[in-house]
Design a protein around this ligand. Structure first.
Ligand SMILES: C[S@@+](CC[C@H](N)C(=O)[O-])C[C@H]1O[C@@H](n2cnc3c(N)ncnc32)[C@H](O)[C@@H]1O
Length: 360
């Protein structure tokens, strides 16, 4: 056990904001959605009024913080994560109306056919791909960036639901999967309608000016935020932790493959885009990256999510955090991940202990 590490029994003091439970759950590597009540228990022991969710992913932790009444800033270097946070956390009042949705579904004679040409026979059905090209021709007609972000978030959720294992690593026409799952039976358009209703329902004003950022974490200014929540990728024992490899389709879709870094790699079977470098993905750079992270945000209370199957290990992380914070507390919870890119993820590997390190 690491020096200075304490196991704490939590006394539940604050009521869990059920709004957070209703936040749309995306099948996403490392999502903390199922851990939100526990994260809330830990966070509600800490006094703070503003927070950065530095690796926001699906946005569920940032949204929990918003539901707790905090001034929230979110950040992720992926465009689709940013769009979700823009629509659900920064946005406090805009929703997609029925008229907006009808306009999005209007047949647009000027639509391009990029998605149909690029992904035909790789992902989804011809009807789904046509739907995506057509809706993207109409998205620029939405009046504000918040409308657009809600439309993009809804498309992202629709695509994850309709994709057999929620990832875009292998080609797979959903018609081939005959297991009768509702998620695979519904068209992308049907999933889109359900997703709009769910994301619209997340929109509320907590009275604080919340913001969403899209940047490398080392470019985020270490502002005057009281608390920084960090949930970076960890170097896994096997496989890799590349988000682009799994979610390249969503990242391209967020800008209709117009943003820098979304150029299709034509030689790849599933039409990937270039990997995004992050030092958290490699053994040789991860330890230094954690130290840089803790140093950068040392002026705030640090809260780090960690799972027992990651590298570096817990004691090493505690040691690194102790360089910048005097008091380190470690909270622990068993957790079973229901996510895997391979069917043979063993039960042992999938059963991990989840930790929250709090440095103040
Ligand atoms: C474990 S996930 C976060 C999951 C999130 N807490 C949730 O519950 O959905 C890690 C996230 O870190 C992002 N990421 C990785 N390296 C980054 C970097 N250098 N700067 C910013 N974001 C990064 C990834 O895009 C990914 O969304």
């Amino acid at each position: 056990m690491a020096r200075g590490r304490e196991e704490l029994a939590l006394k539940v003091t604050a009521v869990y904001p059920h709004r957070a439970e209703r936040y749309p759950q995306l099948r996403y590597m490392g999502s903390k959605h199922r851990l939100l009540p526990w994260i809330h228990e830990v966070l509600s022991e800490i006094e703070f009024s503003s927070a950065l969710d530095a690796f926001s992913g699906t946005g569920c932790v940032g949204y929990l913080l918003k539901a707790m009444g905090k001034r929230v800033v979110t950040n992720d270097f992926l465009d689709f994560s940013y769009q979700i946070a823009l629509g659900t956390i920064e946005n406090s009042s805009t929703i997609l109306s029925e008229d907006d949705c009808a306009m999005l579904l209007d047949e647009n004679p000027d639509r391009a056919s990029f998605i149909q040409r690029t992904f035909s026979g790789i992902f989804f059905t011809p009807g789904d791909l046509l739907f995506l090209d057509n809706i993207w021709a109409n998205i620029p007609r939405l009046p504000t960036p918040y409308h657009k972000s809600l439309a993009i978030a809804s498309l992202v959720r629709a695509c994850v639901k309709r994709q057999p294992r929620g990832v875009f690593t292998v080609a797979g026409d959903p018609e081939r999967y005959k297991d009768g799952r509702r998620d695979l039976r519904l068209s992308l358009e049907e999933h889109f309608h359900e997703s709009v209703a769910l994301y619209n329902a997340t929109v509320f004003d907590n009275g604080q000016p919340c913001r969403a950022l899209k940047a490398d974490v080392f470019a985020v200014p270490p502002d005057d935020l009281d608390l920084v929540y960090m949930d970076p990728p960890y170097v896994p024992r096997a496989d890799d932790n590349c988000y682009i490899k799994r979610y390249h389709f969503l990242e391209g879709l967020a800008s209709y493959w117009q943003a820098e870094g979304t150029e299709i790699l034509e030689e790849t079977k599933v039409r990937k885009i270039p990997k995004r470098y992050t030092p958290f993905s490699y053994r040789r750079t991860a330890v230094q990256a954690f130290e840089d992270l803790f140093r950068r945000f040392a002026g705030s209370t640090l809260v780090l999510s960690y799972s027992s199957n990651g590298y570096p290990d817990l004691d090493q992380l505690v040691g690194l955090m102790q360089k910048y914070k005097r008091d380190i507390q470690v909270f622990e919870k068993p957790h079973r991940y229901h996510f895997g890119t391979h069917r043979n993820v063993s039960r042992d590997r999938a059963a991990v202990r989840e930790y929250l390190l709090v440095g103040s």
